[in-house]
Design a protein around this ligand. Structure first.
Ligand code: ZN
Length: 198
């Protein structure tokens, strides 16, 4: 069976490349998609990560802003960065990250994205990674990556849990789920972009 592993909240200040490399050394065919908080990465860091052909970065907000603003413990607070994004906000975001040529699959921090933003991302050629229960906000259904299977594993770089993880028994982050991830040895792994045929 092919597993599609993704880690959320990847950034220069939250990267755990040490553990990712450890997984790779144990499982030579390991690959993972990294939903990346682009504004928390230097250009140099992104260029460095792009050298790993077994890691694929997709955008996951700019600063992952919370209800308290751009705080350091952003991972622990409700994240609202894209909740009220206008079409112009999406246009400017896509423009700001275009130089990195990341895979065009966007996931909103905290699963909160305005209806206007769903539409604008679609018009700009982006796919959206999302939970099935956000369906009423989708602009179209043909360019969505939906967490609807236990083989689509969503977890985090840091150790927190979300709906998608608990639903399929993958609570925790890279460190807490390390043994689980190692138990997948012998399976095939593919990127989200391969699954979607991008
Ligand atoms: Zn996130």
């Amino acid at each position: 069976m092919k597993y599609i592993i993704n880690f959320d909240d990847f950034s220069e200040d939250n990267n755990r490349l040490d553990l990712l490399e450890k997984l790779k050394s144990e499982m030579p065919n390991f690959k993972a998609t990294l939903f990346t908080v682009v504004g928390r990465c230097s250009d140099k860091f992104i260029e460095r990560v792009k050298q790993y052909d077994w890691l694929d970065m997709c955008p996951h907000g700019w600063r992952h802003t919370t209800i308290y603003g751009d705080v350091n413990d952003w991972v622990l607070h409700p994240t609202i960065e894209c909740k009220d994004w206008t079409a112009k906000d999406v246009y400017e975001y896509v423009g700001a990250i275009s130089r990195f040529n990341l895979t065009p699959v966007f996931k909103s921090p905290g699963w909160l994205l305005s209806e206007e933003a769903y539409k604008k991302f679609y018009e700009l050629g982006y796919w959206i990674a999302d939970l099935p229960n956000n369906e009423q906000k989708w602009y179209k259904k043909d360019k969505m990556y939906i967490y609807d299977s236990p083989f689509k594993v969503a977890t985090h770089i840091q150790n927190i849990g979300t709906y998608a993880e608990t639903k399929f028994g993958n609570k925790g982050g890279l460190e807490k789920r390390f043994d689980y991830l190692l138990s997948l040895k012998g399976n095939d792994f593919i990127f989200i972009k391969e699954y979607l045929g991008i």
